[in-house]
Design a protein around this ligand. Structure first.
Ligand SMILES: NC(=O)c1ccc[n+]([C@@H]2O[C@H](COP(=O)([O-])OP(=O)(O)OC[C@H]3O[C@@H](n4cnc5c(N)ncnc54)[C@H](O)[C@@H]3O)[C@@H](O)[C@H]2O)c1
Ligand SMILES: CC(C)(O)[C@@H](O)C(=O)O
Ligand SMILES: [Mg+2]
Ligand SMILES: [Mg+2]
Length: 328
């Protein structure tokens, strides 16, 4: 797999170019602040609302999406995936300059054909492999979050150099940048967040919590055991893989881990993961998510509310309130 580091990117590629960051949420804010600190010229494109005020308070020139796109050589679309196609049709497509570079941090809309850019523009991806808040925090610490780059369309012959320079601007080349395709990024990203990072982990924690509470143990005990300590264990895995984590836990824990873990994540889970991956690959998930948005998200809202009201969230709020590391 092709990998890039700091010395592979030429920051001069972005000299004299205006980058319009469209959207100022998790990724928009993190990427825009990092780019500015790296010496890039950045404007923000938004609709009126709370993000507008935040971007202005952070010292950015903020415009409507239409005005920002008119000023831009590079347009990084950091709107929610479900809003991108509508905004693209109404405000980006009519105003985009010939030879501009259209950029994404996730391939969803290009891969599933929701946005079809004209052949006169570059279409690239720079996708940080981490939440936007961490993109900013690690940059401020002098480090970076790894990123993926991909080229969908190279109208100018400079698409690759722009993507790499942008990745450097957000701090990603301080870690590592991997070359991929829109298809590979989209499918692996959706699978990861559904089956492991977000869906898998919350379901696992919830199942452990409910099992302990249903058996009569105190919710506070269950919370500390299966949620709070998850981070401490995952930090060790993150730093040095399973081996470092297992070096740090007791032999008793390690024996339980090796013999009981596969009973929790057994053949049934592999089948479910396979099905989830197939729904991503054949476009079924993308279609379901687009339709869910068209009917004002009944499933999304009901399931979000149910989890917000779950005992684990109430107990967690109370326990974190006692711990100094969570106080602002
Ligand atoms: N959240 C992450 O950490 C993360 C990580 C990797 C990739 N991504 C990708 O980055 C992109 C942005 O995701 P996010 O989570 O940062 O989004 P977000 O929901 O945090 O922020 C979206 C921003 O767009 C603005 N916005 C929404 N609708 C708008 C409209 N119609 N017109 C103008 N502005 C509008 C919002 O006010 C907000 O500023 C997505 O493609 C996502 O898949 C996100
Ligand atoms: C941060 C994630 C989960 O990795 C990203 O893919 C997202 O969609 O927010
Ligand atoms: Mg994602
Ligand atoms: Mg992701």
């Amino acid at each position: 797999m092709q990998k890039y580091y700091e010395s592979d990117a030429d920051p001069g590629t972005l000299e004299g170019k205006t980058i319009a960051v469209i959207g100022y949420g998790s990724q928009g804010r993190g990427q825009a602040l990092n780019l500015r600190d790296s010496g890039c010229q950045v404007v923000i494109g938004l609709r009126p609302g709370s993000s507008w005020q935040r971007a202005s308070e952070d010292g950015f020139e903020v415009y409507s999406v239409t005005e920002a796109v008119k000023r831009a050589d590079i347009i990084q679309i950091l709107l929610p995936d479900e809003n991108q196609a509508g905004v693209y049709r109404a405000e980006i497509s009519p105003n985009i300059r010939e030879n501009a570079c259209l950029m994404f941090s996730h391939g969803f809309n290009i891969h599933y054909g929701q946005i079809v850019p004209p052949p006169t523009v570059d279409v690239v991806m720079v996708a940080p492999k981490g939440p936007g808040h961490m993109v900013r925090r690690t940059y401020e610490e002098g480090k970076g979050v790894p990123a993926l780059i991909a080229i969908h369309q190279d109208a100018t012959g400079k698409a690759h150099a722009i993507a790499l320079a942008y990745a450097r601007g957000i701090g990603a080349t301080r870690a590592v940048v991997l070359e991929t395709t829109f298809a590979e990024e989209t499918e692996t990203d959706l699978f990861g967040e559904q089956a492991v990072l977000c869906g898998g982990i919350t379901s696992l924690i919830k199942a452990g919590f409910e099992t302990l509470v249903d058996a009569g143990y105190a919710p506070e005990m269950a919370y500390l055991e299966v949620l709070h300590e998850t981070k401490l264990i995952v930090d060790l895995i993150y730093e040095g893989g399973f081996t470092k984590m297992r070096d740090s836990i007791s032999n008793t824990a390690q024996y339980g881990d090796l013999t009981r873990g596969p009973r929790v994540i057994g053949p049934e889970t592999y089948v479910a993961m396979q099905e989830i991956l197939e729904e991503i690959q054949n476009g079924e998930f993308a279609k379901e998510w687009m339709l869910e948005n068209m009917v004002n998200r009944p499933v999304f809202n009901a399931l979000t509310r149910a989890d917000e009201e779950h005992l684990i969230e109430q107990v967690g709020k109370e326990i974190r309130g006692f711990m100094p590391q969570f106080r602002k």
